[in-house]
Design a protein around this ligand. Structure first.
Ligand code: FAD
Length: 404
C-alpha cells in the first residue's frame, strides 16, 4: 500500500489548484450571481489539457492516470461545482465510455477531438418522465438502412447548450423484456438535423454552469455512430456512471475541503464573547467533523481510483464513495453556513453557494437513496457485478504516454 502521490499526480494537482486560485475564485461569486457559464471556461480547460487529462496521448489526451482525474476534480470543485460538472459529463460519462466501448475508428474520429478539448461532450440519459428508473426510457431509435432515426426528449442535461457531441440512449427494441435489453447508445453531433437544445433557468445551484434539455426530432444517425452493440446501451449507460460517479465523489471531497477551509479562516477571525469563535468548543466540533468527513471521502475516492488504475471492477466502491462524499459535502456546507452565522446566509461569503451546489450531487448520478439500495443489495447478495464485454482499460503508463 502506497499513500504517496507520485510526481505527475502532484504536478497536475498543483497546476489545477493554481488555475482555480487565480482564475476562478476571484470571479466565481459574480458568475454565480449572473447565472451563466463564462465563455472563457471551456477554452481555458482545453488549453490546460484538463479536458483530456487521463486519456492516452495517442487519442489526444495528456496520459495521466485515473487517480489524477480524481485529484483534478477535487481541485476544480474546491473552486466551483460547475467546473467539476464539466469533467463529470465530458470525461467521466462520455470520453471514458468511448475509451471503454469505442472501436479504433471512433476513438480516432470522436474521442481524439474531445480529449483535445476541440469538441465538448455530454451525456443524455434522463427524460422528463424517467430519472432513477432509466431502464424505462422512452426515446426511440428506428433502424433505416445504414442509419438510425432518433426521436425523444432528454432533460436535466449538463452542458446541453455547450456540447458538440451527445452520448444518447434510445430504445431500438420496444418489445423486448426486460426493457433494458432494448436500449442502444449513440453519439449524436449537435449539428445533426432535428437536434434542438435549451437552458433550464431558476436552478438551486450550479448556477455558473449549464444545465438544459436536448430534443431529437427524426434525427438521422449513421450506424458508425452507435457505441457498442445494438441492445448494449443500458450496460454502457451504467458503466459510464461508474466513471461519472467517481468524478462526482472526488469533486464532493473538494467541496468538503472548501467548506472546511472557509470555516477555519472565519473561526480564526470572528470574535464572540471576548475570543475568536474557534475557541468555542461547539465551533471546534464542526471543524473536526469536516476534517473527518474530508479524510474519509478522500480515501474512498483514492481507493476507487486505484481500482480503476488496476483495471478492476469498482461499481460497488465507486457507489460507496459517491454516496458518502456527496452526503457529507451537504453536511459540511450546512455546518460551514452555521459557522459563518448571518454572514453565511449571504453571498458575501462563498459558503451559501457551497450549500446550494452540494444539493445537486445527492440527486444526479444516482440519488443517495439509489446508492443505499445498491450497497444493501451487495451486502444481501441480491446484487453482484458480472464482467462486461468491454471493461475500462487498466492504466498502463507506457501505452498512455506513447505517441500513436
Ligand atoms: C444539476 C443536475 C444535472 C444533471 N445532469 C444530468 C446529465 O448530464 N445527464 C443526465 O442524463 N441526467 C442528468 N441529471 C438528471 C439526474 O441524473 C436525475 O435527476 C436523477 O437520476 C434522478 O432522477 P429524477 O430527478 O427523475 O428523480 P426520480 O427518479 O423521479 O426520484 C424522485 C425521488 O424518488 C426517489 N426514488 C426513486 N426510486 C426509488 C427507489 N427505488 N427507492 C427509493 N427511493 C426512490 C429518489 O431517490 C428521489 O428522492 C441531472 C440532474 C441535475 C439536478
Amino acid at each position: 500500500m502506497d499513500f504517496q502521490l507520485n510526481e505527475e499526480q502532484l504536478a497536475a494537482q498543483q497546476m489545477v489548484r493554481e488555475f482555480v486560485n487565480q482564475e476562478i475564485i476571484p470571479h466565481i461569486a459574480q458568475w454565480d450571481r449572473q447565472q451563466v457559464m463564462d465563455d472563457r471556461i471551456l477554452p481555458r480547460l482545453a488549453e490546460l489539457g484538463i479536458l483530456g487529462i487521463n486519456l492516452p496521448v495517442r487519442y489526444g489526451g495528456q496520459g495521466f492516470d485515473y487517480i489524477t482525474l480524481g485529484l483534478v476534480c477535487e481541485e476544480l470543485e474546491r473552486g466551483d461545482t460547475s467546473l467539476r460538472v464539466v469533467m463529470s459529463v465530458h470525461m467521466g460519462l462520455n470520453s471514458m465510455a468511448l475509451l471503454q466501448w469505442g472501436d479504433e475508428e471512433q476513438k480516432q474520429r470522436i474521442l481524439t477531438p474531445q480529449a483535445k478539448g476541440e469538441r465538448i461532450a455530454a451525456y443524455c440519459l434522463t427524460e422528463p418522465s424517467v430519472g432513477s428508473d432509466a431502464a424505462n426510457l422512452q426515446a426511440r431509435a428506428r433502424r433505416d438502412g445504414s442509419a438510425y432515426i432518433i426521436s425523444g426528449e432528454k432533460i436535466w442535461i449538463s452542458l446541453a447548450t455547450k456540447a458538440d457531441h451527445f452520448l444518447v440512449f434510445a430504445r431500438t427494441d420496444p418489445e423486448i423484456q426486460p426493457a433494458h435489453r432494448g436500449i442502444s447508445a449513440f453519439i449524436i453531433p449537435r449539428a445533426a438535423p432535428g437536434v434542438s437544445t435549451g437552458d433550464i433557468h431558476g436552478k438551486l445551484g450550479v448556477r455558473a454552469g449549464s444545465t438544459g434539455w436536448v430534443n431529437f426530432e427524426d434525427t438521422p444517425v449513421p450506424v458508425e455512430n452507435r457505441l457498442g452493440q445494438e441492445g448494449e446501451g443500458f450496460k454502457i449507460a451504467m458503466s459510464c456512471l461508474d466513471n461519472g460517479r467517481y468524478t462526482v465523489a472526488s469533486g464532493a471531497t473538494g467541496l468538503i475541503r472548501a467548506s472546511l477551509e472557509a470555516s477555519t479562516r472565519y473561526a480564526n477571525e470572528r470574535r464572540a464573547f471576548g475570543q475568536t469563535i474557534g475557541s468555542h468548543q461547539l465551533v471546534k466540533q464542526k471543524l473536526a467533523h469536516m476534517r473527518q468527513w474530508y479524510e474519509a471521502a478522500r480515501l474512498l475516492c483514492l481507493h476507487a481510483g486505484w481500482l480503476k488504475n488496476e483495471g478492476r471492477r469498482n461499481t460497488r466502491e465507486t457507489s460507496l464513495a459517491k454516496w458518502y462524499a456527496t452526503d457529507h459535502s451537504v453536511k459540511a456546507a450546512l455546518e460551514a453556513v452555521q459557522v459563518h452565522g448571518a454572514y453565511g446566509y449571504s453571498d458575501e461569503y462563498p459558503v451559501e453557494r457551497f450549500l446550494r451546489n452540494s444539493k445537486g450531487a445527492v440527486i444526479y448520478e444516482g440519488t443517495s437513496e439509489i446508492h443505499q439500495i445498491m450497497q444493501a443489495d451487495y451486502e444481501l447478495g441480491t446484487r453482484s457485478d458480472r464482467p462486461l464485454r468491454c471493461e475500462l482499460p487498466a492504466y498502463d503508463a507506457e501505452f498512455w504516454q506513447e505517441e500513436a
